[in-house]
Ligand binder design. Structure first.
Ligand code: HEM
Ligand SMILES: [Ca+2]
Length: 335
């Protein structure tokens, strides 16, 4: 009997210790969760287990119809995350003074594709998955479908319940003629290293640039002049984008020759004086960024690794989690 009570007491003490241990572990886990932005790798395991597959199927179907879809998705994700964080604010129907009105968002395409994929997800799991997460998943699939790395992304973002102003978008998005200095500063704010900043610019391995965005580099006053352009390339771009052209908002040039492939051609191009935007052109000559450009140009795996970790930082920036924001029913309206 006494023995029994000794063991019961011991048992109680052990149990108290265990409970304390579990509580401490929970606290540490919670702190860690908050520190990693409150996102997790198994967020929809119970509530929408097939979401990643649905987004993948949706994006692949859309890319078959229009192979430039991946480029549009990748830029869409950057422009969402850059303004008020990755909260799907860019998908809201434009109003007189909201972010899509900003001239910096000129050329943004296929916002409606995310709204469409969202309706596919809603059919499977109503009101569970945020538009913000779907946008990140679509961008991740865009990179993978174009031959780039398949990046595992943590989920659990929530959608904004307010639309940012066009002024905020003007202030948060980079101008087309930004240099390496401004670019490094912008990505340092997202916690990126110089290597990651150089790698995320490799997104310009996909897609196009409208002539209106390079006219000042081609024909503007000094400073913007194409002194870093290889003469043959300069001639070609000038031919595609003639001075005073009335079609500068509809005509465009390819960001790199393998515009539909996510590869390291962007760096090879930049090193041979074929960088299209000022920042693309400056990367191989700035002593801070040049070593990474040289490495990525010969080692695609190393580019893919650095791009993946940069993508994770960009896609986790300024996210709403937990009870913040909301899960929109339809991505283009707040409700
Ligand atoms: C300093 C940073 C950056 C600047 C100044 C910049 C600027 C631009 C400009 C001016 C265009 C052409 C848009 C048009 O004329 O339609 C463009 C296209 C593009 N950008 Fe960037 N960008 C930057 C960073 C990024 C990042 C971080 C990503 C993605 C992670 C990205 C992805 C893209 C893509 C995929 C396109 C092609 C879009 C399409 O084909 O519709 N860019 N960028
Ligand atoms: Ca946003």
């Amino acid at each position: 009997m006494r023995k029994g009570s000794l063991f019961t007491n011991l048992g109680r003490k052990m149990a108290q210790k265990d409970v304390l241990l579990v509580l401490i572990l929970l606290l540490v886990f919670r702190l860690f969760e908050v520190e990693s932005g409150g996102l997790s790798y198994n967020f929809y395991d119970q509530s929408c287990p097939h979401v990643e597959y649905i987004v993948k199927a949706g994006l692949q179907a859309m890319s078959l119809i229009d192979p430039t879809t991946p480029a549009a998705m990748l830029r869409l994700m950057f422009h969402d995350c850059q303004v008020q964080g990755c909260d799907a604010s860019i998908l809201l129907d434009p109003d007189k003074a909201t972010e899509m009105i900003s001239t910096k968002n000129f050329g943004i395409r296929k916002r409606e594709s995310i709204t469409l994929i969202k309706s596919m997800v809603e059919a499977a799991c109503p009101e569970q998955v945020s538009c913000a997460d779907i946008l990140i998943l679509a961008a991740r699939e865009a990179v993978a479908a174009s031959g780039g790395p398949r990046i595992e992304v943590p989920l659990g973002r929530r959608d904004s319940s307010a639309a940012p102003s066009s002024e905020l978008a003007d202030a948060s998005l980079p101008p087309a003629n930004i240099g390496v200095d401004g670019m490094l500063l912008m990505f340092a704010e997202k916690g990126m290293t110089i290597e990651e900043s150089v790698a995320i610019m490799g997104a310009h391995s996909l897609g196009i640039t409208h002539c209106s965005n390079i006219l000042s580099r081609l024909y503007g006053p000094q400073g913007d002049k194409p002194d870093l352009m290889e003469p043959g390339f300069e001639m070609l771009v000038r031919f595609s984008c003639p001075i005073g052209s009335l079609t500068s908002k509809t005509s465009f040039v390819l960001n790199d020759p393998t515009t539909l492939l996510f590869d390291n051609q962007y760096y090879i191009n930049a090193m041979s004086g074929r960088g299209l935007l000022r920042v693309d052109a400056e990367l191989p000559s700035d002593p801070r960024t040049a070593p990474f450009v040289r490495r990525f140009a010969v080692d695609q795996d190393s580019f893919f690794r650095a791009f993946s970790s940069a993508f994770l930082k960009l896609s986790s920036s300024g996210v709403l989690t937990g009870k913040q924001g909301l899960i929109r029913k339809s991505c283009n309206v707040i409700r």
